[in-house]
Ligand binder design. Sequence first.
Ligand code: F6R
Length: 609
Amino acid sequence: MCGIVGYIGKEQAAPFLLDGMSKLEYRGYDSAGIAVMEGSKIRLEKCVGRLDALRAKIAGDMPVGTIGIGHTRWATHGRPCDRNSHPHADESGKFVVVHNGIIENYLVIKEELLAKGHVFLSETDTEVVSHLMAELWDGDFESTVKKILKVIKGSYSLVFMTEHEPGKIICTKKDNPLVIGLGEGENFIASDIPAIISRTRRTFIMSDGEIATVTADGVWVQDINGTPISKKVFVVNWNAEAAEKGGFEHFMLKEIYEQPKAIRDTMTGRVDKENETITFPELNWTSEGMAQINKIFIVACGTAYHAGIVGKYYLEQLARVPVEVDIASEFRYRSPLIDSNTLCIVISQSGETSDTLAALREAKKLGARTLGVTNVVGSAVAREADQVVYTYAGPEIAVASTKAYTTQILAMLMLAIYVGRLRNTLAEDRAKELVRGLGMVPEQVHELLENVDQIKVFARQYASCEDAFFLGRSLDYAVALEGALKLKEISYIHAEAYAAGELKHGTLALIVEGVPVIVLATQSDVYDKTVSNLQEVKAREAVVIAIGFVGDENLKKYADSVIYIPKTDKYIAPLMAVLPLQLLAYYAALTRGCDVDKPRNLAKSVTVE
Ligand code: F6R
């Protein structure tokens, strides 16, 4: 996730910017840059790579000036390279901007600006903002920023500087974080508190739609209509480590709570709420092309493999193409039957997993069309697959994958709706219904994450158990697999997931008094059958925790306890049903004193076979 810093005051800006950016390194980045007001001119320095590369570039020739902005970039639009690094300027160099987020309508704006003669240097969405600033400049900094906000759509934290009004920095935000730090004769801007706590602990958090004018002497906040807003200043008492985790005890918990935003960002530019359709401008597939595809392989490892299983249900049911899901380390050695009418989708958060990459290469060698679904722009999967769909979860630091998984299954659902419409296997009305449902997900996920006390109680209650079972049918089974993996990898409790109908073919022998069994019951077409299986384990005196939709009173009759998730479409349910499972695993691991973010024997990115 990009990191933003800004300084205006009495000291040199560049050393603070570099230090602040280093405190945001935990957010993940692939390039860095700063812009400093040197006299009356803005000097821009940026390059791909770590902060040390930027430091080396300006060593002995640091920009001199007391006003500046800095940025660590986590690539979303355009690969990591010098040109795509922030800050971005217009061609005069007088207008400069840094950005965190996604400008959804940047292509339309870019075309208009190109027609007016603007020359673009990068492939980023952000660069349109600096050109827009030059285009809309009306002699007043605040007024110009307000005009920009009326044009751009999407999610953003934006920080602007201009040579025309050198004594101020203006910033604003929507759906991305921004904090202001207050000093004596100096003020600070940052994406996150760690960047500023070495210099001030007096801060306030910007809210969506607010515009702050920051000078050395003060900060004025207003809305787009010019109405002044008074902000409540608070004193941060976190230490640096706690600040990195945004006040959460672990990165895993922070990442679980980042899911509403990760989901919203992954939908950006794809879920077209106005026309109630799904678009994938990066794919541009046609009905003719899709009619030729007669087989899809989905290949991945671990959690990404589980996302692939969800994807199989989606693609088979909505797009009516046969799908095989394979573990990458198996696929690469088993001579899969592939031809040019096969589409091979590889899913990988990191885009660097060795087996997944080998599987991708094998599929290409055998003549398949390939698509990478990855979270890291410019990763090996992104470079080597014929086409890429990015998930925009932001960097995932905890070893156990959470927000990457939800964005992967979201990507698969959007893809299945898209392909289903192209192949005409999904009725327009049904597609619209799904798109409407998707539009509600970020808010519903947020709501669910605000009410987790019951989950904490269950996790503590069952943290001492030796075994746990997860059951479900259809998509619930696919989610159960992920629930079991989460529990075992971070709490070390032995956990198994079963297709509920399969239990009685052997594993039912393990169900004895007091064994916790988590039963997912969100799939209407197999609901009754799942409830029968629930009763089977209950009859063996298992402790049953059911997961179902709000309002499902029936479950209370059979289960010991029920965790309710917001009511949604059966295809959207996995996006919500997995959340209690992630939280159960997290709080069980916490109770058992496990190293949640770094479970034993595991690594975040498995780049060896
Ligand atoms: C489990 C987990 C792993 C990864 C797997 C693939 O929580 O994170 O199972 O899903 O190692 O990694 P990527 O998605 O980077 O290919």
